[in-house]
Design a protein around this ligand. Structure first.
Ligand code: IPM
Ligand code: MN
Length: 352
């Protein structure tokens, strides 16, 4: 029996309603296995900008630092998206949180569900055996390198910078993850063009000697984008830089049939952060339409990270059983359609 303090940053759009279902399921896990989860809420994103002027207020960051884990909903609001002059943006809150907490590794598992292959944009036979993990570097590269404007504003630049230690720690995570799975690691880069990619290859090749049981291969990112659609089952673990991982993980996320199914964890320091990979879907907010499964599976990843692996497995079993019963939110085009709340209720009930 243990107690855990969870910093709960439910954020914008559908964030609060999907997080609510995650909490429901975690509380049920607590009852079943004798743990107590305390959820402390704090603002982040557009909500936080409205309340305080900052997308990541100091109080929110402090709460995260002293908690056991961070449960994150989603951020973003359309009013910022088409305003290139906006000085503060919700996304800055998320980037700062990752950087401040040293969350350099973003793990995004993508697996098909047999019941849902008809929802995949790929033909069912191409979805057979799809089970991969994208390990995305999260606190370096072009999203964090020097950026600016010159020539009176007419020349703009972003810099993709990586150091050897930054590459080593994420590639190590890739090798180790592969060791716990099907022992295959693919480094995705653009080493035919980019110097930073050539450093990634050099470092990864050097490290391969320490992992003789892992089959390592290299793939250019443009080819990888194509291969993810042609033959996604060939991948086990993909390790890649920040921007390539951002793009490829969104592309792969729909293979399973719905963006509403896929969880993620961001780890690297003591406290990890767990969030659905879908965004804030502002048009769907407050309508009881969002699929809470990505968030509920993120809660399962949180339990794994806290050392509660059988508890995490119990959530995954409950989700699978609920999906197998043919009940689902509208994105799953189910036999029996339910709303966000009821989907959360059903998964919590399946845990009993
Ligand atoms: C993600 C998101 C973020 C990113 C944005 C919101 C900054 O797209 O988590 O993938 O690009 O990292
Ligand atoms: Mn993204």
């Amino acid at each position: 029996m243990s107690n855990f303090n969870i910093a709960t940053l439910d954020g914008d759009g559908i964030g609060p309603e999907v997080i609510k279902q995650g909490i429901k399921v975690l509380n049920q896990v607590g009852l079943k296995f004798g743990h107590t989860f305390r959820f402390d809420f704090a603002p982040v994103g557009a909500v936080a900008i409205d309340e305080t002027g900052s997308p990541l207020p100091d109080d929110t960051l402090d709460l995260c630092k002293r908690s056991d884990a961070i449960f994150f909903g989603s951020i973003g609001h359309p009013r910022f998206d088409n305003d290139p002059s906006a000085k503060v943006r919700p996304e800055q809150g998320l980037l700062k949180l990752r950087k401040e907490l040293g969350l350099y590794a973003n793990l995004r598992p993508v697996a098909g569900y047999d019941e849902l292959t008809h929802l995949s944009p790929l033909r069912p036979e191409r979805m057979k055996g799809v089970d991969m993990l994208i390990v995305r570097e999260l606190t370096g590269g072009i999203y964090f390198g020097e950026k600016g404007r010159r020539d009176g504003g007419d020349t703009a630049y972003d810099t993709c910078l990586y150091t050897r230690p930054e590459i080593e720690r994420i590639v190590k995570m890739g090798f180790e993850a592969a060791g716990n799975r099907r022992s295959k690691l693919t480094l995705v880069d653009k080493a035919n063009v980019m110097e930073s990619s050539r450093l990634w290859r050099e470092v990864t090749r050097e490290m391969a000697g320490q992992y003789p049981d892992i089959e390592l291969n290299f793939m250019f990112v443009d080819n990888a984008a194509m291969q993810l659609i042609l033959n996604p089952a060939q991948f086990d673990v993909i390790v890649t830089s920040n921007m390539f991982g951002d793009i490829l993980s969104d592309a792969s996320s729909v293979l399973a049939g719905s963006l509403g199914l896929l969880p993620s964890s961001s780890i690297g320091s003591q406290v990890g952060m767990f969030e659905p990979i879908h965004g804030s879907w502002p048009e769907g907010a407050g309508q009881d339409r969002a699929n809470p499964i990505a968030t509920i599976l993120s809660a399962a990843m949180m339990l794994d990270h806290l050392g509660l692996v059988k508890e995490g497995d119990a959530i995954r079993v409950a989700v699978n059983a609920t999906l197998a019963s043919g009940t689902g939110t509208e994105d799953l085009n189910p036999k029996k359609k339910v709303g966000t709340e009821e989907m959360g209720d059903l998964i919590a009930a399946a845990l009993k």
